[in-house]
Design a protein around this ligand. Sequence first.
Ligand code: SF4
Length: 134
Amino acid sequence: MLTLRAHHLLCIQGYLGKGYSKAFVKNMDKVVDSLKDTTLIKVISKVDDICIACPHALENDCCESEDKVSFFDTSVLETLKIKVNNMYPYGILLDIIRKNLTLKSFKEICVTCTWFSYGYCERGCFYAGHSSQT
Ligand code: SF4
């Protein structure tokens, strides 16, 4: 079982091995490589299994940019119609992303993210998404 902040469901789709530090990338590689359709994900809106190795994570279970990332989480929860603290198999979450995320809603959610302008996430979510192993 993994914990993932809601907005990290989108970040994962465009992940290309880049991140905030070596330790962050090493941990994110491990998380992304572990994802299979059957992997249970607990969707949360606080520091998760990706944040734990991030230099921007604070000790109080929050991010340095908590206001911004909380907005991302809330928007993703609403757009995907999923609930915080619920558990979903990763394969089901991929289906939900394909069904509920539009290019318009993606841009509305993510435009203020520092990674948005690189285009990785848009490509991953709509044109070449990370696919889990079965
Ligand atoms: S920037 Fe914030 S939300 Fe993103 S991985 Fe780091 S601690 Fe988590």
